[in-house]
Design a protein around this ligand. Structure first.
Ligand code: HEC
Ligand code: HEC
Ligand code: HEC
Length: 415
């Protein structure tokens, strides 16, 4: 009898847990609508939506290489498996043509598709949840009337169990999704507040630049450095690794053109971000820069000239350059043969000692830049770096990356 009762108690607890979970995970289907008439949207709203979609890099993620714009199927590798981006063109069957504004808002702010399915946070709704409803509606207007409908079915995600179980994302959201809108800070300037809105929301800068926990959620310290597509996304906060202090103008130049003579070039996953900012209004990018620079408030200022002078002395071939430690012989030989046509004293590149990637705590970005090269961002088409992934073996890339980090990434302040 007592055992029977215990068993029933366990069943009751499990049932209550399952019911609570089902309640948590259940989201209703929002009825399909007829595709809205493109001409029914206000032209100014559509134009604003186009600009906002560009801030959100929607097309960078929702377009596969060589594929039709916004039709999805770009594979995104995550630590849990591969997810394909969806078709967000107004095709009613394979895209979002049958979605109402309400369904679209819910997807952007709560990560739920029209049918009620939970979406993976590889879609940065943990940032987009901060975007205002009128701005989300403008993006909707743009997608519905400014984008061609394309029929393309999205590949299902390729994730291992239990990550393949979408309803479990409800638990993830309960734990990690912060749905609070950004509170304006009256003690800051209007530009800072505008920057905060763009950086925290559509710009989703923290999606790459903040660390993530084991469950893949953004965690603290905010903007303390993270990773993206095998690259290291450096800290933007007070722990910034850049050997050169950034002025406001320098940061704007880097963000819009992807290159600055004191800081080098944006590479890897930062390039599409820069390509998008290149098309934007400078006033907005100055606001972004104000917010990003304020993340470093309170930092001891560096002496830019002293830092640069010290970095120039470290360049390859400089008479004062230190000797190569013998353990880096193999990497140094590859460097001398392959890299010094550009990276040398008196050359046209930014001194390697000033490159953030070279001073990063992990070799990821240096290895990626050697393997993939740098394709020029839209604003600095004249500059690029060749990819060595075909010519060098993985072991050779490791050797030259170790050499570069040991030789140029001094790990100490240069002033
Ligand atoms: C970092 C890459 C990335 C960016 C940037 C991004 N998305 Fe996505 N988005 C995804 C992924 C991945 C999914 C699919 C998630 C899943 O399958 O659970 C998705 C899903 C969606 C969905 C759900 C569609 C459906 O059929 O279920 C909508 C709507 C959407 N994104 C709109 C946008 C808009 C609008 C923007 C720009 C403001 C944007 N996305 C930017 C990666 C991205
Ligand atoms: C998809 C990932 C991703 C997103 C989104 C992203 N970044 Fe980056 N960012 C990177 C990576 C990776 C690098 C390193 C590039 C390199 O090594 O050249 C970088 C570099 C930078 C740098 C140079 C830092 C330094 O110390 O050298 C700045 C500044 C920056 N990002 C600002 C931003 C801002 C502002 C946003 C949002 C508008 C943003 N990033 C969004 C991945 C990203
Ligand atoms: C044809 C010229 C050229 C060659 C050859 C070259 N690079 Fe570069 N490299 C560049 C340019 C241009 C940049 C962008 C920064 C700048 O403008 O100075 C760069 C940037 C870098 C960076 C910083 C990347 C970042 O954004 O974080 C590293 C690290 C680097 N190169 C290493 C190497 C190594 C190692 C080799 C040899 C295997 C090599 N480079 C060969 C032109 C070159």
């Amino acid at each position: 009898m007592r055992n029977g009762l215990k068993a029933w108690a366990i069943v009751a607890v499990l049932a209550a847990g399952a019911a609570a979970f089902t309640g948590l995970a259940y989201e209703r289907e929002i009825p399909a609508v007829a595709r809205p008439e493109p001409a029914s949207f206000d032209k100014a709203v559509v134009e604003r939506g186009r600009v906002l979609a560009n801030y959100g890099d929607c097309s960078a993620c929702h377009t596969r290489p060589g594929g039709p714009a916004f039709a999805g199927n770009l594979p995104i590798k995550t630590p849990f498996g591969t997810i394909h981006t969806t078709n967000i063109t107004p095709d009613p069957e394979t895209g979002i043509g049958a979605w109402s504004t309400e369904a679209f808002r819910r997807a952007m702010k709560a990560g739920i598709d029209r049918r009620g399915g939970h979406l993976y946070p590889a879609f940065p709704y943990d940032n987009f949840t901060r975007v205002s409803d009128p701005d989300i509606d403008a993006i909707y207007a743009y997608l519905m009337s400014g984008v061609d409908a394309v029929r393309e079915t999205t590949h299902p995600p390729d994730l291992a169990f239990p990550f393949s179980v979408r309803p479990l994302l409800a638990v993830w959201k309960a734990l990690f999704l912060d749905r609070r809108p950004i509170a304006p800070d009256a003690s800051r300037t209007a530009a800072w507040n505008e920057g905060a809105y763009l950086v925290e929301g559509l710009g989703h800068c923290s999606a790459c630049h903040s660390p993530r926990n084991l469950m893949g959620a953004q965690t603290s310290p905010a903007y303390g450095g993270g990773s993206a597509e095998g690259w290291y996304a450096p800290p933007l906060n007070g722990q910034a690794l850049s050997r050169q202090p950034w002025t406001r103008n320098e940061l704007v130049t880097y963000l819009m053109d992807g290159w600055h003579g004191r800081h080098g070039m944006s590479a890897g996953p930062m390039t599409p971000v820069v390509d998008a900012l290149h098309k934007q209004n400078e006033i907005d990018v100055f606001a972004i820069a104000d917010y990003v620079l304020a993340l470093r408030d309170g930092e001891k200022p560096l002496d830019a000239e002293a830092v640069r002078a010290a970095a120039l002395k470290l360049e390859w071939g400089h008479p004062d350059a230190p000797a190569v430690p013998p353990e880096f012989g193999a990497g140094a030989r590859i460097f001398a043969a392959r890299c010094t046509s550009c990276h040398r004293s008196g050359g046209a590149t930014v001194p390697l000692a000033l490159q953030t990637s070279v001073n990063a705590p992990v070799p990821d970005s240096v290895k990626r830049v050697i393997a993939d090269g740098i394709r020029p961002p839209a604003g600095s088409l004249g500059r690029s770096m060749p990819a060595f992934g075909q010519q060098l073996s993985e072991a050779e890339i490791d050797a030259v990356a170790s050499f570069v980090r040991a030789r140029f990434g001094t790990g100490r302040r240069l002033d």
